[in-house]
Ligand binder design. Sequence first.
Ligand code: F6P
Length: 325
Amino acid sequence: MSVKRIAVLTSGGDAPGMNAAIRAVARAATAREWEVFGVRNGYAGLLADAMDPLAARDVGGIIQRGGTVLGSARSPEFRERAARDRVRAQLAARGVEALVVIGGNGSQSGSAALAKEGFAVVGVASTIDNDLHGTDVSIGADTAINVTLEAIDRLRTTASSHRRVFILETMGRDCGYIALMSGIGGGAEVIAIPESEVPPAEVAARLRAAHERGKTHAMVVVAEGAKQGVHAMVEYFEGRQQETGFGLRITRLGHVVRGGVPSSADRVLASRLGAAAVACLEDGVSGVLVGEVRGAIVRTPLAEIAGRTRPADTALIELARVLAT
Ligand code: F6P
């Protein structure tokens, strides 16, 4: 297909690097003399037909900015067929022939539905949770790990001064990738994630053992999606924290994990994936997600991705455990 006009949107939870991906889509497309529209606020904006022309100069000075200049939203309405029918009619009326969707699991389920119904869509893998099939790494995950790691390093200094344990909660709704990677990088004594739950009694036993081995402080890194998470630990340790031998404090990072400037790895990944999405459309390929597998750009059918999550590699939990002895 020879494309002349495309639209790009960012959807779901924002991720550092999304702006670099928007820039790459806009510049790769304008280099081919296509017209580009930037959709405001994700699928909600698509439903409201809210979009503006995005020329090469409009995306200047955004590669280093976190968040998304287009805005993002979660849009339950887009799950309805009638809403998508309306969107297709609106896009046709504007002469927009293809859409690039920068987002994570929920967003790519929307892309898959639109693609199945005959519209040309290419997804770009972007979620700090890094739980998408079709890519080893998603835009935003590297920055989120580094933000968490910095928190671990900072907490460790005060933990050491006061002979304390810190329980640190980081983001990760269904997948513990951020907690796992930052936990390994930060030398955590315990890592608790949805893919590998650690009951609070076991956390206490491991902390006690660490104390007995002569440790002066310890870190427990927990993904917010773990069922045996911060709440369960607070409940368990109520009146019992001395059993561990350490004092105990809790820090929840929340949306801090998603904020701030993207790392160099995220900027490069986003630049590659944004340009790869445009290359797909030039090749007449759509209904796919572009991701990076073993360093190479790959295209995976959206139908294979929708509704699935990719768990973190739990073998690494064992590594973390051995290295924390
Ligand atoms: O999907 C990314 C993510 O940051 C999850 O880790 C987190 O659970 C969720 O988004 C938070 O969503 P919201 O910003 O809508 O509260």
